[in-house]
Design a protein around this ligand. Structure first.
Ligand code: ADP
Ligand code: MG
Length: 290
């Protein structure tokens, strides 16, 4: 079992902006979803965990070793797929993996070749190994990103908004690939898509404005909302009126009617009960902490 313990972590950027505010998390093997809207601080947190930036205070401990005291310990065991890979050099997929493998310290030539070929096969890019990565489609680039993250058999894999820009089929394929590799390692997935967390993650946290607002097992978080979510169809002109009386956690236009959903301990007049979903957990949490 691997463990990542984040303890009272804060990060203030040089311009004075505090992107991470006193975050504590305990993460073990399996897929952990970090869910939050754009600007929540997800990438800031990921980059801090992988050691690309130093926290202002607090600690990150991986398998018993404090990352700030021994940064190489986590680096040796880490795979990172950043949100923004930047530009790809004009070399083939194989050569780029070879270069990254050397940077990761895989010095034995035949072992390196073995790993690269296995990974290219795993991410379904073997046929494209001599093609330059910048010519790849979005989905192929993301799969290449997974291959480079998996070099060196990492025990902790961090993927930042990996499905942004993928079409639905590519997204499914990418998600099932993540699911396959998460059995014996920690995978931290950051996303603004509730659906990806619902389908993949056994543990999750909701982040906004630098804070962790909720954390836990998705099904348990959903169960807490049982008999507390209500909906009603209204005319869209009535929305303003309802917004002043109820905290609307979601709204959906269906033909000409607007379905509004609200959180309440008691059944509001003329509302019907709704089976809670992870979407409700997410939007309830965000509207509760504006
Ligand atoms: N290097 C930086 N300097 C100052 N502010 C930053 C820097 N990087 C990110 N931010 C700010 O921190 C906040 C969180 O950004 P980010 O971590 O990228 O959020 P997310 O990944 O959840 O969209 C944003 O308001 C962003 O503008
Ligand atoms: Mg981000």
């Amino acid at each position: 079992m691997n463990t990542l313990t984040i303890n009272q972590l804060s990060l203030t950027y040089k311009n004075g902006f505090q992107a991470i505010k006193n975050i504590s998390l305990e993460i073990g093997n399996g897929m952990f979803g970090l869910l939050g809207p754009n600007g929540a601080g997800k990438s800031s947190l990921m980059k801090t965990i992988v050691g690309l930036q130093k926290p202002t205070s607090g600690s990150i401990v991986f398998n018993g070793t404090d990352v700030s005291k021994d940064p190489d310990h986590i680096k040796k065991n880490l795979g990172f797929l950043p949100q923004d890979f930047g530009v790809y050099p004009k070399v083939s997929a194989y050569d780029l993996l070879e270069h990254i493998a050397i940077l990761k310290g895989i010095m034995n030539r035949s072992e390196r070749k073995n790993q690269i070929m296995n990974l290219l096969e795993k991410v379904n890019l073997l046929d494209f190994k001599n093609k330059e990565v910048h010519t790849f489609s979005g989905g192929m680039k993301q799969r290449f990103g997974v291959a480079q993250a998996l070099l060196g058999d990492p025990k902790i894999i961090i993927v930042d908004e990996p499905t942004a820009g993928l079409d639905p089929e590519e997204r499914n394929r990418f998600n099932s690939l993540l699911n396959d590799i998460s059995k014996d390692v920690i995978v931290i997935l950051s996303t603004h898509l509730v659906e990806d967390v619902r389908n993949l993650c056994s543990e999750m946290a909701i982040m906004n404005k630098g804070h962790i607002l909720r954390k836990g097992n998705p099904n348990e978080l959903i169960a807490e909302l049982e008999h507390k979510i209500w909906s009603k169809s209204i005319d869209k002109h009535e929305l303003e009126h309802y917004q002043s009386d109820y905290r609307i956690i979601s709204r959906q236009l269906v033909e000409r009617e607007l379905h509004i959903t609200t959180f309440s301990e008691e059944q509001p007049k003329d509302f019907i009960p709704v089976t809670p979903l992870l979407e409700h957990v997410y939007f309830h949490t965000l509207t509760q902490n504006p």
